[in-house]
Ligand binder design. Structure first.
Ligand code: PLP
Length: 390
């Protein structure tokens, strides 16, 4: 048996903790002020993150899903409303809408796998209250076109920037492209505390609403047992903020590293027919490379389906990811989405044709990217010797 193309492992994510993270964590631990209402880490991280994005306010949350829920509620989404979300995204983009008591309406995506503004235009109706562009893979969606539809239809724009820490569109940071934006700090993300999230906004009134909703309906200067609004405990802990704050200074370097690896991956794939990078939306000026999404063309691989390709690549030491199922095919969502008004052929086709190289793999070196190309050619040769028969 021939040995696999790659025997070396892949970088781990998150990377090992830094001295500053250890120090900050211990400081919180020893202070006994572990909750955000007692300590200062969470507020100081929220302010620093908002500054890094270029907006005035940030409210930290327990995770990215509740950040989306919180942003929707703060922008006035209520039971009975509809929110348009793309069909090619993590399920939480839609379940956050359900959590807010509203109905997700699934819009198909363009060939970049980002929400299609024309589909949003067609789907917006009387009950539509908001649209949620998802900056999938770390490239911002076409928010100018969406804001244009939103302005004409009176919709709020909530950016799902869970994968887009540091992304730019036409030089403007993700987080400034809508009325509010949500980032995730879950384990796989560019900045992580295992779990966590933040909503950022430039609008003081939205901020006050976010703050109150995430803090059991309290007011910023109000009393502990005064709850003038309805709200929940969606707060982050001081431990999460202590882990996150030092990562702000590391982000730019990591983004530059991944951009260089993505370029090397592109060069490696130039030599593989039928495995091509999915284009980022025109206007992407900084991609975070949370994912490098690739289009797999089965006919160029002897007709072997995507599943067989993924298994063969794993056997060569290259563990790619299968990526999302279109939310239009997610049975668990079916009772909650606006039915009969969506077909998402582009997102559905992506299920069979799109594979992912994850962020952690893009933290490796150029040689590792060359290995991905080599392994794909080895698999292609072996598949072409044995064409697939169903
Ligand atoms: C696009 C997208 N939206 C929302 C979420 C939800 O974030 P979390 O896992 O922090 O709840 C994630 C990540 O998990 C995501 O990738």
């Amino acid at each position: 048996m021939t040995p696999p193309v790659r025997t070396e492992g892949w970088p781990r994510w998150p990377p090992p903790a830094t001295a500053e993270q250890r120090e900050r964590l211990l400081r919180v631990l020893d202070s006994g002020r572990w909750g955000a209402t007692a300590g200062t880490e969470t507020d100081s991280f929220a302010a620093a993150f908002a500054r890094s994005v270029g907006v005035a306010h940030g409210v930290c949350t327990a995770n990215g899903t509740v950040a989306l829920f919180l942003a929707l509620r703060a922008l006035g989404v209520a039971p009975g409303d509809e929110v348009i979300v793309p069909a090619y995204t993590f399920v939480a983009s839609a379940t956050a809408v359900v959590l807010a008591g509203a109905t997700p309406v699934l819009a198909d995506v363009t060939d970049t796998l980002h929400i299609d503004p024309d589909a949003v235009e067609r789907l917006a109706g009387e009950r539509t209250k908001a649209v949620m562009p998802v900056h999938v893979a770390g490239a911002p969606a076409d928010t100018e076109a969406l804001r244009d539809v939103a302005a004409r239809r009176g919709l709020a724009v909530v950016e799902d920037a869970a994968q887009a820490h540091g992304a730019h569109r036409h030089g403007r940071p993700a987080g400034t492209l809508g009325d509010a934006a949500c980032f995730s700090f879950q384990s796989s993300k560019a900045m992580t505390a295992g779990e966590g999230g933040i909503v950022v906004t430039d609008d003081r009134r939205v901020y006050e609403s976010l703050w109150s909703l995430h803090n059991v309906g309290r007011r910023i200067q109000g009393g502990w047992y005064e709850h003038p609004g309805l709200g929940w405990n969606l707060r982050m802990t001081e431990f999460q903020a202590a882990l996150l704050h030092p990562q702000l200074a590391l982000l730019d370097g990591q983004l530059a590293h991944r951009a260089a690896r993505a370029a090397a991956l592109g060069r490696a794939l130039d030599q593989v027919e039928g495995l091509d990078p999915v284009p980022a939306p025109a206007g992407t000026t900084r991609h975070t490379w949370h994912l490098a999404m690739l289009r797999y063309d089965a006919p160029a691989f002897g007709g072997h389906p995507k599943r067989a390709f993924l298994d063969a690549m794993t056997a060569e030491g290259i563990p790619l990811d299968t990526g999302y199922r279109s939310l239009s095919r997610e049975e668990s969502l079916a009772p909650y989405v606006a039915r009969g008004r969506f077909r998402c052929p582009v997102a559905e086709a992506a299920e069979e044709t799109v594979v992912w190289v994850r962020q952690a793999m893009l933290m490796a070196d150029d040689e590792a990217m060359a290995d991905i190309g080599r392994a794909a050619r080895v698999v292609q040769r072996s598949f072409s010797r044995e064409p697939f028969r169903d």
